[in-house]
Design a protein around this ligand. Structure first.
Ligand SMILES: [Zn+2]
Ligand SMILES: [Zn+2]
Length: 432
């Protein structure tokens, strides 16, 4: 029988076309209506059991959701661009997560793969130096671009779905393909994890194209060094007053926020590992002669492990409250995103490498790369690992035209079929 590697290679053209369609129609976090609609239809066509909307997205855990008006406008646009209106209606409020299940009804393990679907809030380059312009698949949406490669991830997911269907006889147990909204800003995974989509999973695999592996024809079987992170918004509410006639009647929200910004940067370092804090945005005040009654800031913390990040968050909350108390104003703190760290599983990394070397045709297979950033896939990984399952985060090597999130970003579509073949092989091995 033809190897999966060969079967995947034969899909090369189809995958490039799918990726380019997605690239031209990028959708930002929680608005992936067209993308999800297409995924649902394709999974159903292939014969998967498909769950989506409120079934797989816990509303209370959705972080950083756009306004109702924005969601509505994006849903309309999706329908005008070919999404199924009935499916879009069932994803109302931005519940665009999708889970496809292939149950062999044979005894075995449950193996899950996760693919993120959202784009970046980036205006794509318009010049002839950019391949998507030259080859006609530049983003059709203003200030939205697949600049991280998640168009590639969706493509890999659907190609894996197809390969698994073609090789269903070699599978055991149950396979779950998880398509996740809103990875950018680490906002979407928690809502799907809290909906329980990985609670029955024995083996979990996430992955990314490019990033720390920009070498063609290369696979990294395990990524380490995910930083735990929390994104918070803080809004200070004071009392406005005439700055000349009655300043003593005012309560100054701007000063409280300014004090907080400085205090936050003085949170103690942690002896157990690295930590970060950043106040990235601070807006305050309404007019030159008014005691400012409103100030808002966007903050993020990170930690080398979840405990360190929790420490940073606890200290940040304390300092925000202390700054508010100092100026007698109120502070409202809300969660805008977050992700835990994950545990590097050396044994699994090496086992995957051995499998891939036997079954796939990569020129290079590496077992370790350092992420040095955050990815909310760790919500799933953490949950699976805590329940006794195993998890890995792969990296699919590809040269990139510019860094991730850059308006010139592009990648080599060769990485797509190779990734799909890899995941199909993992499904066969770990479902047994
Ligand atoms: Zn990204
Ligand atoms: Zn990404």
């Amino acid at each position: 029988m033809e190897t999966i590697w060969k079967q995947a290679e034969a899909l090369k053209k189809e995958l490039a076309a799918r990726r380019r369609d997605l690239h031209a129609h990028p959708e930002t976090g929680w608005t992936e209506f067209r993308t999800a609609s297409m995924i649902i239809k394709e999974l159903q066509r292939l014969g998967y059991e498909v769950h989506f909307g409120a079934e797989v997205v816990a509303e209370g855990s959705m972080m950083g959701r756009p306004s109702a008006a924005e969601l509505e406008a994006c849903a309309k646009r999706a329908v005008s661009e070919g999404a199924d209106p009935e499916l879009v209606a069932r994803m109302a409020g931005g519940k665009t997560g999708v889970v496809g299940i292939l149950d062999t009804e044979r005894p075995g393990k449950t193996v899950a793969f996760r693919f993120d679907m959202d784009c970046n809030d980036v205006e794509e380059d318009k010049t002839e130096a950019h391949r998507p312009v030259v080859e006609g698949f530049r983003s059709l949406h203003e200030k939205a671009m697949h600049a991280c490669g998640h168009d590639g991830h969706v493509t890999i997911g659907l190609a894996t779905a197809k390969l698994l269907k073609e090789n269903q006889g070699s599978l055991q147990g149950k396979i779950k393909l998880i398509f996740q909204p809103a990875e950018e800003g680490v906002r979407g995974a928690l809502a799907m994890a809290d909906a329980g989509v990985v609670d029955d999973v024995d083996y979990f695999f996430g992955g990314h194209i490019g990033f720390k592996c920009t070498q063609a024809d290369t696979l990294v079987t395990m990524t380490d060094g995910f930083l735990a992170t929390t994104k918070m918004d803080a809004v200070f509410h004071g009392v406005p007053a005439h700055a000349g006639a009655a300043p003593e009647e005012g309560k100054n929200a701007l000063l409280a926020a300014a004090q907080a910004a400085i205090s936050l940067s003085t949170i103690s370092r942690h002896s157990q590992g690295s930590s970060r804090i950043n106040v990235g945005v601070l807006n305050a005040g309404t007019g030159r002669n008014v005691v400012p009654d409103i100030a808002s800031m966007k903050i993020e913390t990170r930690g080398g492990n979840t405990e360190i990040n929790d420490f940073m968050v606890k200290e940040a909350r304390r300092m925000l409250q202390a700054a508010a108390d100092l100026y007698d104003v109120k502070v409202e703190i809300s969660l805008a995103g977050g992700a835990p760290a994950s545990v590097y599983d050396k044994e699994l990394a090496e086992e995957i490498a051995a499998l891939v070397q036997e079954k796939c045709g990569y020129a290079n297979v590496l077992t370790y790369v350092d992420m040095g950033g955050s990815e909310d896939c760790t919500y799933f990984m953490d949950r699976v690992q805590k329940r006794g399952g195993k998890a890995a985060y792969l990296m699919y090597g590809t040269p990139i035209a510019a860094g991730h999130h850059n308006s010139h970003f592009d990648f080599d579509e060769e990485a797509l079929w190779k990734a799909a073949a890899t995941l199909a092989e993992l499904a066969i091995k770990y479902s047994a």
